[in-house]
Design a protein around this ligand. Structure first.
Ligand SMILES: [Mg+2]
Length: 240
């Protein structure tokens, strides 16, 4: 059976939280590149791509964008290396959200659905975080879209659709794609790509701030798995 839905999961705040190290590695990486202590970087990370976050931290050290941008590849490589070295801490101090995992399992058992990620993480950092909790085996990361593909998240739905076509040999329409995320930025990328969107208030953004901005559904968490499955497969909206 051909998959007729592509479910693209956001990672941080939606499937899992990787704990404090996910934030710390950005500071360490920028320190390594600029050669001095940058302290707590104070950059809000929710929904941003890793390149966007690293660039903002570099700029907070006093660099202009023109000075910061050439340092970005080294900073990201450093961040990736350090996160990989800290996967034990991700397991110890982070956690997966059980309701999200249940839903991943339900979709995994349904041949009509293919699951991957749409995330601001680099492909490498996505693999580290998902792998820390064994979630990577349920998701076809070859058709995912990552912060390493584009610094602007709104460019990422077409990337996933292109990869799907390359891998499976036929084309899905954007209306067959569902983005599941925890921030208005997840919705913005879904909307830009013509995809559907479920927002869930398990990250740092409150339910009230996710409501009324245009998502197909806004949920406090993913505990109503059956309702989400009906929405994604049949377009049946859960009661609000
Ligand atoms: Mg998120």
């Amino acid at each position: 059976m051909r998959p007729e839905r592509l479910v693209l999961w956001d990672i941080d705040g939606t499937l899992l939280t990787a704990g404090p190290v996910a934030r710390e590695v950005f500071g360490w990486a920028v320190e390594a590149v600029v050669g001095r202590d940058v302290g707590e970087h104070g950059v809000a990370m929710s929904g941003k791509t890793d390149p966007q976050i690293a660039l903002e931290i570099l700029e907070r050290t006093g660099l202009s964008e023109g000075e910061a941008r050439p340092l970005l590849p080294r900073a990201l490589a450093e961040m990736e290396r350090r996160l990989g070295a800290e996967s034990g801490r991700i397991r110890e101090q982070g956690r997966v959200f059980p309701d999200a995992v249940d839903l991943v399992n339900r979709f995994h058992d349904d041949a009509r659905v293919l699951q991957s990620v749409l995330t601001g993480n680099l492909m490498a950092t996505a693999r580290i975080k998902l792998g820390a909790f064994g979630l990577d085996r349920f998701l076809d990361l070859e058709v995912g879209a990552f912060g390493s593909d584009h610094h602007d998240r709104t460019e990422l739905v077409p990337v996933a659709l292109r990869r799907f076509e390359q891998r499976h040999g036929w084309r899905l329409g954007p209306g067959q794609v569902w983005v599941v995320g925890d921030t208005p930025r997840d919705l913005a990328c879904a909307t830009a790509g013509g995809a559907h969107c479920v927002l869930v208030a398990t990250g740092r953004i409150a339910m009230a701030d996710l409501t009324g901005i245009g998502a197909d559904a806004v949920l406090p968490d993913l505990s109503e798995a059956e309702a989400v499955v009906r929405l994604v497969m049949d377009g049946a909206r859960p009661p609000s």
